[in-house]
Ligand binder design. Sequence first.
Ligand code: ATP
Ligand code: MG
Length: 318
Amino acid sequence: MIFHGCLAPFITTRLHRFPRENVEIQEVREQKPGLCFLFSDFWSRVCLVKSRGFFTFAIQTLIMNEEVYVLKIGGSVLTEKGKERKARKSAIKRISKEIALALAHTAEKKLILVHGAGSYGHPQAKVYLASRDAKDALITHESAKELNRIVTASLMESGVKIMPIHPLSGVVFRGEEPKYKIKEQIEVALETGIVPVLHGDVIMDEKEGFRILSGDQLVVYAAKEFKASRVGVGTDVDGVLDDEGEVIRKIMPAEVDKVSLKGSEHVDVTGGMKEKVHLLAKLASENSISSVLFNASKESNVYKFLTDDDDLFGTVVG
Ligand SMILES: Nc1ncnc2c1ncn2[C@@H]1O[C@H](COP(=O)(O)OP(=O)(O)OP(=O)(O)O)[C@@H](O)[C@H]1O
Ligand SMILES: [Mg+2]
């Protein structure tokens, strides 16, 4: 650990020069695949020291310690929620650039990106919830995927390596909660320097056929599963507002019921701000993971979130 401490600045500099190209990890995995199964994580790394030298060990240790950030960009930012299937192309482009720039400067951080469905999901899901017709569920899914394609194309254009993950193909609702079968895809993406991009979607439900899974639920899942060190939720408002319209700077989980929260001004089948804040409060109380709600419609806020800028204005939950 002392060696690691000494080498960290040097290695970090090297990684910054080659952002998100974890060549060393891939090489090690290809050469010694069996060892990682035979030994605990620590001992397999000690073996790597012997077989590949101290430098590899130091890089492995550094990557093991990398921080996972979970960021959701709300449908209220990416789309016009008052309309149907209307994307805000300029906001999507700007946010893609901010993400690309931030990742180029923070190669030691891993990002799981989630986006909401906005006008590509809520109005369509409302139709499904009224009809309970499988055809309407699939229309909702196709529409949410269409927004995902717009977002991922923009991210790629900005130079971000991404992999879309569609919840319908990897999450199923059984018993009382969603069962997530997407851990390994996300894991491999993070290991190989790729940003997994998840989105609000319909999922299969053993009782009802289909149900809606919100981007906010995916944020909580990803934050818990990958022990996120930073969780951010961007919407079209500056944070959680009180009755006077002022931003509440901090909400303690135990006090969440005292905050007067409404859903959304637009069609939002997943509970809008109220459900969002309750989910995040639960994440904080049960897993000690706090989060920040900020305005992603405002320029540079996404960049500020990803680069830990103290200047980021919003509501901290937890
Ligand atoms: N107390 C509150 N403070 C702030 N916003 C609130 C409050 N109560 C309700 N809202 C509404 O919540 C909205 C944001 O939540 P909403 O679910 O609509 O957006 P989103 O999560 O970005 O969209 P999506 O669900 O498509 O991802 C705001 O636009 C605002 O109208
Ligand atoms: Mg919402």
